[in-house]
Design a protein around this ligand. Structure first.
Ligand SMILES: C[S@@+](CC[C@H](N)C(=O)[O-])C[C@H]1O[C@@H](n2cnc3c(N)ncnc32)[C@H](O)[C@@H]1O
Length: 268
């Protein structure tokens, strides 16, 4: 059976999202509640994505680069009958939170620790596969060839007729380049803005934290290089913040999320 779209309403999902965000940010002060709270739902784009993507309920669904599982929570709420598998390169540091987050969300997931560039699964086992903002992390840590390898793996483990749902801040043209030559037919594309409006104080605090996070994803052991990367990212984000505050009067920390849904071709 082909992957299906969900009938569960946004109102139900929103209620769960707000409750999970309250739990997630329960120990934060006012500013950090806003900044950390973004992770749950990603400015409404996770709700938008699961409302517009198909997921298999007959064969298991894989979400790779699942991080600490915020998108898996949304997948579980929207597709309560799906058998969810999460894959991430590690579950240490902030990613160790995944078990308590999914338990709080009431979503059951089997977790696998592995590099998405070499997935420990046989061919054609998943009915659908997704990745929410994971390809950009692979690109930072492992370059364009790393993204391409992960997409080849995601396609290999997907069964024919299954859906590959990619969500990231790449342009559609960049997605096309990454997917070129793979046994996939693009079926749908979509784009959603983050529903976020931050003031200067929140923006400045967040940018410092994001620049540190970026350095971590680079996985460099060279301190001098790390300082250089931090300064480059910090300055670039601050300049963008100044531009947005002057043009629109508020700051949206990240670009729109673009979704590309492809079907694996071949004999079903
Ligand atoms: C920004 S997070 C993605 C957000 C996540 N999908 C969520 O729902 O919260 C990116 C994740 O990709 C993981 N990652 C980076 N490179 C990876 C790789 N080669 N294989 C598997 N996971 C990887 C990082 O550990 C990080 O948790």
């Amino acid at each position: 059976m082909s992957p299906i779209y969900s009938m569960i309403s946004d109102a139900i999902i929103l209620k769960k999202e707000i409750a999970l965000r309250d739990w997630f940010t329960r120990d934060c002060d006012k500013s950090m509640k806003i900044i950390d709270g973004l992770d749950i739902g990603w400015g409404g784009t996770q709700r938008w994505a699961t409302a517009n993507m198909p997921v298999s309920i007959t064969a298991p669904h894989l979400d790779f680069c699942c991080g600490y599982g915020t998108f898996l929570a949304h997948l579980g709420w929207r597709f309560p009958d799906a058998r969810l598998i999460g894959l991430n390169i590690d579950y240490v540091g902030p990613h160790a939170l995944i078990n308590s987050l999914l338990s709080e969300a009431g979503v059951d997931v089997s977790l696998v620790q592995a590099d998405a560039r070499q997935m420990p699964f046989t061919d054609n086992v998943f009915g659908s596969v997704s990745c929410f903002l994971g390809l950009q992390d692979i690109r930072i840590g492992f370059g364009d060839s790393g993204v391409r390898q992960a997409l080849e793996e995601a396609t290999r483990v997907l069964n024919a007729g299954g859906s590959l749902v990619l969500l990231d801040d790449f342009s559609f043209e960049a997605f096309d380049v990454f997917l070129a030559g793979m046994p996939l037919r693009v079926e749908r594309r979509g784009k959603a803005k983050l529903n976020i409006r931050w003031d200067r104080a929140t923006a400045e605090m967040a940018i410092g934290l994001y620049a540190k996070g970026y350095v971590k994803q680079r996985r460099s052991c060279d301190r001098e290089e790390s300082v250089g990367v931090y300064e480059e990212v910090y300055d670039r984000m601050m300049a963008e913040m100044e531009r947005q505050l002057s043009d629109i009067g508020y700051y949206v920390p990240f670009d729109s999320v673009r979704m590309v849904i492809s079907k694996k071709t071949g004999r079903e």
